[in-house]
Design a protein around this ligand. Structure first.
Ligand SMILES: Nc1ncnc2c1ncn2[C@@H]1O[C@H](COP(=O)(O)OP(=O)(O)O)[C@@H](O)[C@H]1O
Ligand SMILES: O=C(O)C1=C[C@@H](OP(=O)(O)O)[C@@H](O)[C@H](O)C1
Ligand SMILES: [Mg+2]
Length: 190
């Protein structure tokens, strides 16, 4: 496994985490475009490999199998790549090995959104997120709250409540620039 002390800060992968629907995929693609990097969305990679949407993968093979494939994809990226923008699914950090690999090899941003703002997105998420289906709103809130612990260890937390996706990407870039300049300053010409 690569360790982020071995990779220059400016070359480390950037990993976006957070609950379903907070905007990891949308913000990740903006970030990749703005930083001229490749974007990898783990759910999209798995859907391409199985040639079916996540809901079908859950139905056909079960969540456990999905988690195994998810882990394989993420661990491979953590050990073999740099300079990527990676959006992982909201349940990826349930697996301690995945969480530790991301934290050790990459810069991990937690996209935070409060429950009241998140609730407004439920309608547009429900058809494509198997773990939101067949649940009452109370059960979804319980899942939302119980998941917060797995995101609590990160390198930077962004409060996204008041920002659109493009603004979150810009904010992440500002944070990165600050860290890069502080810890790996670019040398002047003389
Ligand atoms: N900052 C934001 N403000 C408002 N809507 C957003 C924001 N980020 C994402 N969205 C919308 O929320 C929905 C879920 O976004 P998505 O990127 O798929 O989330 P995730 O990958 O975290 O599950 C999309 O319809 C997207 O357009
Ligand atoms: O939190 C979860 O259990 C899941 C989140 C989804 O990704 P997003 O967080 O991008 O919605 C996807 O991996 C799958 O439906 C399971
Ligand atoms: Mg996503």
């Amino acid at each position: 496994m690569q360790n982020n002390t071995e990779i220059p800060l400016r070359e480390q992968n950037i990993v976006l985490i957070g609950f379903m629907g907070v905007g990891k995929t949308t913000i990740g693609s903006h970030l990749a475009r703005k930083l001229y990097r490749d974007f990898v969305d783990i759910d999209q990679e798995i859907e391409q490999e199985y040639n079916m949407p996540t809901t079908e993968i859950f139905k056909t093979y079960g969540e456990q199998r999905f988690r195994e494939i998810e882990k394989e994809h993420i661990l491979k990226l953590c050990s073999n790549t740099r300079l990527k923008i990676i959006s992982v699914g909201g349940g990826a950090f349930l697996q301690e090995e995945v969480k530790q690999a991301c934290l050790a090899s990459s810069i991990v941003f937690f996209l935070d959104l409060n429950w009241n703002s998140w609730k407004d997105r439920l309608k547009m998420l429900i058809d494509t997120r198997p773990n939101l289906q067949n649940k009452t709103l109370e059960e979804i809130e319980e899942l939302f709250r119980s998941r917060q612990d797995i995101y609590a260890v990160n390198h930077s937390k962004i409060d996204t409540d008041q920002l659109d996706a493009e603004e979150v990407a810009d904010y992440i870039i500002q944070t990165l620039n600050l860290g890069w300049e502080l810890y790996e300053p670019t040398r002047g010409l003389n």
